[in-house]
Design a binder for this molecule. Structure first.
Ligand code: PEP
Length: 249
């Protein structure tokens, strides 16, 4: 059966001092039945990996390049993330799609590189407010799932995060039935493409303004296997409460 995952995305936040939050989180979860992941800025990744060693927390990257190495100034390859201690990488976050013009094809190549390097690809999909208001959500999700997820995906190397763009960092959250509609839809799309066994084994995360006070309700939604958390992952106390809500779900 698929595992639950609480994943934190620190984005471009945190210098050395922020590692004390990771130390506190690791102290809170020496062991757990669920997977716990923090994706700090790349500058902290190697030290972060040392902090969480032999706890139930692991660390990941926020992006990777599709190539293994080469003339790509400023970029980081999946192999480099592995070398720094990562077990997963977020690809296709809406901030990458928007700020860096990443299209599905690029996201798919990055996810493929991550899988090839032996780490999980957390592939993000999600609609804009305008797309939701014009009833295009499911079309957008279908297009992103089809275009961004590589053929070699399995329950061991793929995680899908549904992140409505309008819910990220805004405090707005879709209704529980809207979350369920999209998660059910993603599961069906995975079933059609990869078959039932694989589809049932891929964790589906919800992301967008998950906080300690709404986490339990969201984790009660069928086909929600965890969360991708931005702002509330920066404080160990808030993220620990979200992890506990997922453990209890
Ligand atoms: C995110 O960045 O993926 C995210 C979901 O952010 P927040 O939790 O702050 O909305």
């Amino acid at each position: 059966m698929r595992r639950k995952l609480a994943a934190g995305n620190w984005k471009m936040n945190g210098t050395s001092a922020a590692l004390s939050e990771l130390e506190a989180l690791a102290r809170n979860f020496p062991s757990s039945d669920i997977d716990i992941l923090i994706c700090p800025p790349a500058t902290l990744l190697h030290r972060a990996a040392g902090i969480v060693r032999e706890t139930s927390v692991s660390v990941g990257g926020q992006d990777c390049h599709a190539a293994a190495s080469g003339a790509h100034t400023g970029d980081i390859s999946a192999d480099m993330l592995v070398d720094a201690g990562a077990s997963a990488v977020i690809v296709g976050h809406s901030e990458r799609r928007e700020d860096h013009g990443e299209q599905n094809e690029t996201v798919r190549a990055k996810a493929s590189a991550a899988m090839g390097a032996g780490i999980k690809a957390i592939v993000c999909v999600g609609e804009s407010l305008e797309q939701r208001e014009t009833s295009k959500t499911l079309d957008v999700i279908a297009d992103q799932i089809e275009g961004s997820i590589p053929d070699q995906s399995t329950g061991d190397n793929l995680v899908v995060a549904y992140e409505p763009i309008w819910a990220i960092g805004t405090g707005k959250v879709p209704s529980l039935s809207d979350i369920q509609e999209v998660h059910d839809f993603i599961r069906t799309l995975l079933d059609q493409r990869f078959g039932k066994e694989t589809a049932e084994s891929v964790p589906l995360l919800y992301g967008g303004s998950v906080k300690p006070d709404n986490a339990s309700d969201i984790f009660g939604v069928p086909n929600v296997d965890g969360a991708l958390v931005g702002g509330a992952s920066l404080k160990a106390s808030d993220f620990s409460d979200i992890v506990k809500a997922l453990e209890a779900a």
